[in-house]
Design a protein around this ligand. Structure first.
Ligand code: NAI
Ligand code: ISE
Length: 334
């Protein structure tokens, strides 16, 4: 059976997911799309989803599909995911699950009431070969992890990007993947601001350093620098009792040319985890065919949202160490 997939929000990533479902992955076809900007829906259909009808609302897409992808702006995710759960349809939601923790909690509660998992959150780094190998090394060879040094650097961001987005849009990936990497939970967060780059503006403090502490006592520093100019660069080094391990660099051809030893650096986030998007969505399609969801859960999205809210509060009080308090994990997510 070919799953009928609906896509809500056909901008950059919605269109890219439509392409991979129709051209790369197996078992599904994009049959319905919607976007508040109809031009974007038309461009998506014309470019990569010729078999899809353009519908007027998220609800119509949900009704017409076996499973849906929510790829709209973060603020719209909560209502659209809740509508998918209410209809009993598996739903892949791009990060963030909701822009504030209480929205994510409502999704967890709705899924619990339904009694089965229906939501997968788009934390694709858990599917990246580099992070998977790093996790295995940490688990088997490094001894207890003590510290993580990480960095999330973008060459530039759009003018509408503001200070809190460094947490909700950008750091959210590290919040999820580092907790997964360590199999641990956060207990506190702190934000400090170094000297600002001249390439930013009044609405964006850039760079920032977020310091996280876990229940097992691991200390994590994450640099977020979204106007670094030189490339899209994701770094992660774990320091354990017996040694250190690093996230591998993306494959690139090193050159010795003109008296320079060189290695290219990617500029676009779309290229950095391109394989992991394929794997995460294939995982979604496999579970959706059984009427359920796998992979990063609504609970993971909720924990990330709670942590992000604390980090955003910590931005308001630079230097203050704020507690991260998590509720008990429901049985559905054991
Ligand atoms: P975008 O701005 O290119 O596309 C979003 C689309 O959603 C636009 O076409 C917009 O018109 C549409 N839209 C907004 N609100 C809507 C609503 N209520 N109903 C229907 N359509 C609506 O943004 P982009 O980069 O595609 O991001 C979309 C989501 O994906 C965001 O939550 C973002 O954080 C996430 N994302 C995840 C990435 C990842 O690495 N996992 C990478 C990039 C984005
Ligand atoms: C973007 O929205 C993403 O999700 C990318 O994966 C991330 O690395 C980038 O910083 C965000 O702006």
């Amino acid at each position: 059976m070919t799953l009928r997939i609906g896509i809500i929000g056909t901008g950059a990533i919605g269109t890219d997911h439509a392409r991979r479902i129709n051209r790369v992955l197996s078992g599904a076809e994009v049959t319905a799309v919607t976007d508040v900007n109809r031009d974007n829906a038309e461009a998506c259909v014309a470019g990569v989803a010729p078999g899809a009808q353009i519908l007027g609302s998220a609800e119509e897409v949900i009704a017409a599909s076996d499973a849906v992808l929510v790829c709209s702006w973060g603020a719209a995710h909560e209502a659209q995911v809740l509508a998918a759960i209410a209809a009993g349809k598996p739903c892949f939601c791009e990060k963030p699950l909701a822009t504030e923790a209480y929205g994510a909690r409502r999704i967890v509660e709705a899924e619990e009431a339904m009694g089965r998992r229906l939501v997968q959150v788009g934390f694709m780094r858990r599917y990246d070969r580099g992070y998977v190998a790093l996790k295995e090394t940490v688990r088997t060879r490094l001894g207890p992890p003590l510290m993580i040094h990480a960095a999330h650097r973008n060459p530039t961001v759009p003018g509408r990007y503001r200070t809190p987005m460094a947490i909700h849009d950008t750091l959210i990936h590290e919040i999820d993947v580092l907790r997964w990497l360590l199999d641990d939970e956060y207990v506190s967060a702190q934000v400090i601001f170094p000297r600002a780059t001249r390439h930013t503006h009044a609405g964006l403090r850039d760079p920032q350093i977020v310091l996280l502490e876990t229940a097992k006592g691991v200390r994590i520093d994450v640099e977020i620098f979204v106007n670094c100019r030189y490339g899209y660069d994701i770094q992660c080094e774990v320091v354990g009792e017996e040694g250190t391990a690093r996230l591998p660099e993306p494959t690139a051809i090193p050159t010795r040319l003109g008296a320079v030893f060189g290695q290219p650096i990617l500029m676009d986030w779309k290229d950095r985890f391109i394989d992991s998007y394929d794997v995460e969505l294939q995982d979604f399609l496999k579970a959706a065919a059984q009427g359920t969801a796998a992979g990063p859960s609504a609970w993971d999205g909720y924990v990330a949202a709670i942590t992000a809210d604390v980090c955003a509060q910590a931005q308001e009080r630079p230097g203050a160490i704020l507690p991260v308090t998590l509720p008990a994990r429901p049985a559905l997510y054991a």
